[in-house]
Design a protein around this ligand. Structure first.
Ligand code: 4AD
Ligand code: MG
Length: 435
């Protein structure tokens, strides 16, 4: 028997195939029954006729409940009107389990209820589409970097020190000492880059963020390329290339998912152009003008970090991701190198995407030992824990840089899903660690 996944059905017109999945929905009238079967790759309409399958199978099919697990055998028929472009005319069927009354139905459920049932909610059309696009984004990031000659070298999760400020650290017992869950793999990626030249790490990162916004998780996935002989231009070019490649790939391979999400492909196509690059000072000037003209409200003053409304304004103004560079050093991390023409500015870049806000944070790293040591001290960080990091500046220090891209923020941006909690299978937030 030919086992076929629903996404491949259109390649098997006329063939006798077996589908193995779960009942998504069914409807019927008299001697005719339509079973909508899902198998994770798509949803297929299976037609059951009493005259063809006999009374026993017909009655069994009719009694199937939502999410019952079932195998059907039948012949494939291409049909443009059918979801996915093909339907299956059933000849036989085998039921594995008739599901109990499924808690998630067609009626509206509140976000709290859905989140409590996240282990089941994942089976909904929209959630499956998000997960498939999430997969495509990961695959695209990796493919792009592989093509560019990067090696994947992972960083540890247990660390002895902070990377992105001490206020969002998760502390944990580590035998007779204290460890912190990593906030970013960057510092270790810098060490790996000094070994292999071009590297990236990709893993879960943790922030004890007290923020209850639609953009914050306490556990999120971040991909972090790091490479040597990189200035700000090289860092920006790499990020732009990778993001545009990702948009292309999603457009190429995830059309049905975009349809399921009611996401217009034209929106994604519109973003796929050269990303404007501007300095923080110029961005600040525009924001202050818009504020004065009453175009939006914000507490932003030049010198401040950007808040959500400021990011939204910039994203809307350009209608595609924008790169903001040359940040006031005070609002950025200790490891950033300062601009040669203005030492009050850090050579950092944030990429602000329309509606999603900041999706990338990157920088050129300080490569001078003494300057970096002073920064560690100025930031009140424990010198002992950073000794190994400072060593990198003693043994063949070179200019280098990289960035971190938040996976869930990127997925939320591409899919148009408002909240990042839907962009990770099992979200961890300020208020949630179940299921
Ligand atoms: O800007 P961040 O803090 O940069 C770093 O961690 C650098 N060490 C990265 C590097 O240069 N290697 O975080 C990078 C990205 C953000 O732009 C955002 O997309 C995501 O990580 N991010 C979060 N995503 C979800 N929930 C949170 N609480 C996040 N905090 C950051
Ligand atoms: Mg940032």
């Amino acid at each position: 028997m030919l086992d076929v996944r629903i996404s491949d059905l259109t390649q098997h017109d006329g063939a006798e195939v077996r589908l193995r999945g779960w009942l998504y929905n069914s409807r019927g009238k008299g001697k005719l029954l339509f079973l909508l079967l899902r198998d994770g790759s798509g949803i297929c309409q299976c037609v059951v006729l009493r005259n063809e399958v006999g009374d026993e199978i017909f009655e069994e099919a009719k009694a199937l409940t939502q999410e019952s697990s079932v195998e059907v055998v039948g012949s494939v028929k291409l049909d443009e009107r059918a979801p996915g472009g093909a339907e299956v005319k059933v000849s036989s069927m085998r039921v594995h389990q008739v599901a109990e009354a499924y808690p998630i139905t067609k009626k509206e459920h509140g976000p709290g209820f859905l989140m409590d049932h996240r282990h089941l909610w994942l089976r909904s059309k929209r959630q499956m589409a998000i997960l498939r696009i999430r997969h495509r984004v990961i695959q695209s990031f990796r493919n792009y970097l592989d093509q560019e000659g990067f090696f994947c070298v992972d960083s540890p999760v247990f660390t002895p020190n902070a990377c992105e400020g001490t206020s969002t650290l998760f502390e944990t017992n580590y035998f007779d000492t204290t460890a912190y869950l990593t906030q970013s793999g960057q510092l270790y990626a810098e060490a790996s880059a000094m070994a292999l030249g071009k590297v990236y790490c990709f893993g879960p990162t943790f922030r004890a963020e007290k923020s209850k916004t639609r953009r914050h998780l306490t556990e999120f996935w971040m991909l972090e390329p790091e490479f040597v002989y990189a200035g700000l231009t090289e860092v920006c070019d790499l990020a732009e290339g990778m993001i545009r490649y990702t948009l292309d790939n999603v457009l190429k391979h995830n059309q049905q998912d975009l349809i399921d999400l009611e996401r217009d492909s034209a929106v994604l196509e519109g973003w796929n152009r050269e990303f404007p690059r501007l300095r923080y000072d110029d961005a600040a000037k525009m924001l202050m003008e818009w504020k004065a003209e009453g175009k939006y409200e914000s507490e932003f003053e030049p010198g401040d970090d950007l808040g959500a409304p400021d990011e939204t304004m910039l994203g809307e103004h350009y209608g595609c991701p924008v790169m903001v560079t040359h940040w006031p050093a005070e609002v950025k991390a200790f490891y950033m190198k300062r601009a040669e023409d203005d030492p009050t500015k850090a050579l950092g870049v944030d990429i602000i995407a329309p509606t999603a806000g900041e999706i990338v944070g990157g920088a050129v790293r300080e490569d001078d030992h003494d300057v970096l040591k002073q920064r560690v001290l100025d930031h009140g960080l424990p010198l002992e824990a950073f000794q190994w990091y400072l060593d990198l500046r003693k043994f063949g220090s070179v200019p280098h840089g990289g960035f971190g891209i938040g996976l869930e923020r990127t997925v939320s941006w591409i899919t148009g899903v408002e909240h990042v909690r839907e962009c990770i299978p099992f979200p961890r937030t300020l208020q949630r660690i179940y299921p």
